[in-house]
Ligand binder design. Structure first.
Ligand code: 6GU
Length: 239
């Protein structure tokens, strides 16, 4: 997968050299380039923002640098992703959809956002997704891009050693995962649940399923309510 990131703070993306994203870049699974938006300014001050039409606080990113940047970076296969607090909530399903695409271009807005015409102009030429990480406001899209890229990269073929962790994990199944334990068996007088050391795989699966349902009901009533009761009955009879 090819990924281009456009930002006025390219240094924000230094961590993308590390860990499994770094490895995906080294192996070529992820072809990542970070671009400084100011490359596409033409004034001596390399201006990217101006005051909003209609008044109000803060600054808005001017359309010209963005237009030139996108013209330079997009391909016929590109999907533009714009992180924004006014975007649609980003979910695991979105991560799966993005992981199936060949070319993602991320546009990182700062200040009060990017002139709307940039998004409208891009949408005439390519798929555009404005996505939000949640109901809070960040300084800009940079950290959001790292989050989205991490969610997407781990779904690319060959990135995770164990493909099972993708099917078992929280959100993939519409439920939160059960708690996990490792050695030692006893730690600060706290014991690993006996069932997990029983060797009875049927019992373990039933216990995990029950914990999963309890956790989801307690912590994410929204997810629990959306979980199909039909799906729930069938799977639970099987377990
Ligand atoms: Cl994706 N961007 C910004 N700037 N703020 C956010 C966000 C994204 N998601 C939640 N808040």
């Amino acid at each position: 997968m090819k990924v281009d990131i456009i930002s006025i703070f390219p240094d924000y993306f230094a961590p993308l050299d590390l860990s499994l994203i770094g490895k995906a870049r080294t192996t070529g699974t992820l072809q990542l380039a970070v671009h400084d938006l100011r490359t596409w300014t033409s004034d001596v001050h390399r201006t990217v923002d101006d005051s909003p039409y209609g008044g109000g606080p803060g600054m808005v990113m001017r359309p010209e640098p963005w237009g030139q940047a996108l013209d330079a970076v997009v391909s016929d296969a590109a999907t533009l992703v714009v992180p924004s607090p006014v975007g649609k909530p980003f979910t695991q399903a979105d991560a799966q959809q993005l992981a199936g695409l060949d070319h993602l271009v991320f546009a990182c807005g700062r200040y009060e956002g990017i002139d709307q015409r940039v998004i409208d102009d891009a949408a005439d030429r390519m798929p555009v997704r404005e996505v939000s990480l949640g109901d809070y406001v960040l300084f800009g899209g940079e950290v959001a891009v790292i989050v989205i890229l991490e969610a997407v990269t781990r779904l690319l073929p060959g990135v995770l050693g164990n493909a099972d962790s993708l099917t078992e994990e929280s959100h993939a199944a519409g439920l939160l995962e059960a708690p996990v334990y490792t050695k030692p068996q006893s730690w600060r007088d706290r014991e690993v649940p006996d069932v997990l050391r029983s060797g009875d795989h049927g019992r373990i699966a039933r216990w995990r399923r029950e914990q999963s349902l309890l956790r989801t009901a307690g912590r994410r009533p929204d997810m629990y309510a959306a979980y199909s009761p039909e799906h729930l009955d069938k799977k639970d009879r099987k377990a």
